[in-house]
Design a protein around this ligand. Structure first.
Ligand SMILES: Cc1cc2nc3c(=O)[nH]c(=O)nc-3n(C[C@H](O)[C@H](O)[C@H](O)COP(=O)(O)OP(=O)(O)OC[C@H]3O[C@@H](n4cnc5c(N)ncnc54)[C@H](O)[C@@H]3O)c2cc1C
Length: 516
């Protein structure tokens, strides 16, 4: 037989097989999606949940409670119901406590051996200063924060949410979102018996934390790893001032110590390169002893080293930043670290998240039917605008303050670092104004303080009298401060952030004295 004929036949056969396969695979996917959507409709008819929440961390648990209090049936699916052991979310700012109380969750800080915090103790090159949370007439709450073991707090939030009859908190790992024509109808998940199953609801909230996989198909934002936080616990000890967050301006970045229970002190520090010393072969412990501990003030050093000497487990956590964007799909909301992250140095992630939950739950409350995707989309647009004054102020402050804290051999940069320390040491309006920024929507005040810090750093650079070199460094400092600020402002959306009506609306609705 002619070889060319055979070749043509074989090609045709290949095309037929390929077309058949593609047709059947696509059809099977379509059928599966339709089947899942049918199951969704059936479940809803049978009185299924109004909302599915993926993840019962800080955000998922608090949101479940808030929505259930408003009468919604909530199905929360959490991968691991055991008490989380992690090195994040261990300090609740005064503003976060205000939000907790507005959500009716203030008692979750009780019974966890939480420690009161009244401010920061800052150390730099042998000098120290204390900056306290101000008593602010605009802030209707006792101005103190709380340190605690994050896992204990999360367990209290979970208990509180599941104490409501209309919350179903189930252990399971969510695999994917069920979608129909770009509208999310529910989720597929593996339950605690290992079975693949589904849950459907008019609204799904993705609150699966900083490693979220689900958000990738929903939001356009990308998380950027900015640094690595390395830490451990020194047990059976107390800091001389347990009510202060001890922040040590060290090299290459900062170190911290704070009292997370009556007997446990969290010790941590930051490294910038991803080539970290190995924890398993002891390189990290040696690095801490030889490079970080000598920079810790003598009076704190024994406590700093105690955990290491006793073999406390060293944890490494990525610090990420990610501006918020709205979901491209309907029927779904992304919240918490899956939605928005800032550098954790000012410990404000939970405050922003609780504020988001308060705003969102109030906006959703009047909606009779969460299945009206267009109405929910409108709510999300309002939510995105309303949250800006608070979230953008805190995010910009966190990201800029972190950049200032990084040590450098550049004279201009170092002058700014010193200027920041001096500013916080100066007391009075400057210190209290900067500390008050952590708690509320004050974008204009943020600009004012950053501007004055830059100007006073320039003043120091130029003294005792300006020389051409000093003037040159001063100009570079100005350029540096703009470079630190402008990208964050752009990412946060400067228009919405600076809108005075937005900030006033936020303060009026969410920072008043009425507490649940
Ligand atoms: C190093 C570091 C320190 C920080 N320190 C502070 C601080 O001191 N103060 C502060 O306010 N903020 C701090 N933050 C930020 C704060 O911890 C977070 O903003 C907050 O915990 C986010 O809550 P969340 O509910 O979004 O996520 P999480 O609390 O992480 O909860 C996510 C939950 O989702 C579950 N989950 C994940 N995937 C799935 C899945 N597929 N199916 C089911 N469940 C799933 C997880 O098990 C987890 O329980 C810090 C952050 C970092 C990185």
């Amino acid at each position: 037989m002619d070889m060319a004929f055979v070749e043509v036949c074989l090609r045709m056969l290949l095309v037929i097989v390929l077309s058949w396969t593609i047709y059947h695979v696509t059809n099977r996917k379509k059928k599966k999606a339709t089947k899942l959507a049918d199951v969704a409709t059936e479940e809803r008819k049978e009185g299924g949940p109004d909302v599915i929440i993926v993840g019962a961390g800080v955000g998922g648990s608090a949101l479940a409670y808030a929505l259930a209090k408003d009468g919604r049936r909530v199905h929360v699916i959490e991968r691991d119901m055991r008490e989380p052991v992690r090195m994040m979310g261990e300090f609740m700012q005064p503003g976060g406590r205000l939000m907790l109380s507005k959500l009716g969750l203030q008692d979750c800080l009780e019974g966890v051996d939480a420690q009161k915090s009244t401010g920061i103790r800052l150390f730099k090159d042998g000098k120290e200063t204390v900056a306290c949370f101000p008593v602010d007439t605009n802030f209707p709450y006792e101005p103190s924060g709380r340190f605690f073991h994050n896992g204990r707090f999360v367990q209290r939030l979970r208990q509180k949410a599941s104490s409501l009859p209309n919350v179903r908190l189930e252990e399971g790992t969510v695999r994917s979102l069920i979608e129909e024509k770009r509208v999310v109808k529910g989720v597929t998940y593996k339950n605690s018996s290992g079975e693949e199953t589904t849950s459907s609801a008019p609204l799904t909230v993705v609150c699966d934390g900083c490693h979220s996989n689900l958000r990738r198909s929903l939001n356009d934002n990308n998380a950027e790893v900015t640094a690595y936080e390395i830490g451990y616990i020194s047990r059976n000890c107390r800091l001389e001032q347990p009510d202060k967050l001890h922040l040590i301006m060290a090299k290459p970045s900062f170190a911290m110590m704070y009292q997370i229970s009556s007997t446990d002190v969290r010790c941590n520090f930051e490294l910038l390169s991803k080539n970290l010393p190995s924890v398993s072969n002891g390189e990290m412990a040696s690095f801490v002893k030889n490079s970080i501990a000598p920079q810790v003030p003598l009076k704190l050093r024994k406590t700093f080293l105690k955990g290491l000497h006793e073999g406390s487990h060293i944890k490494i956590t990525q610090a990420k930043r990610m501006p918020a964007t709205l979901s491209r799909k309907k029927g779904v909301i992304v919240l918490g670290d899956a939605f928005n992250m800032r550098h954790p140095v000012i410990a404000s992630g939970m405050m922003v998240l609780l504020s988001d939950i308060l705003i969102l739950s109030r906006l959703l409350k009047p909606l009779g039917n969460l299945g009206d995707e267009n109405e929910v989309s409108e709510v999300m647009k309002s939510f995105y605008v309303l949250r800006k004054p608070m979230s953008a102020t805190v995010n910009t402050l966190g990201n800029s303050f972190w950049q200032v804290l990084i040590a450098s051999t550049d004279e201009a940069k170092e002058a700014m670092r010193q200027g920041c320390f001096n500013y916080l040491s100066s007391g009075g309006f400057r210190t209290s104004g900067l500390m008050a920024l952590i708690g509320g929507p004050r974008p204009l005040s943020l600009f004012y303080h950053l501007f004055v810090i830059s100007l006073s750093s320039i003043g120091q650079l130029l003294s005792p009298f300006p020389t051409p070199l000093r003037v040159w460094h001063s100009l570079r400092l100005l350029d540096l401060s703009l470079k630190m600020l402008v990208p964050h402002l752009k990412a946060e959306g400067i228009g919405q952030m600076l809108s005075p009506t937005n900030a006033a609306a936020y303060r009026k609705s969410y920072m008043t004295a009425t507490v649940v």
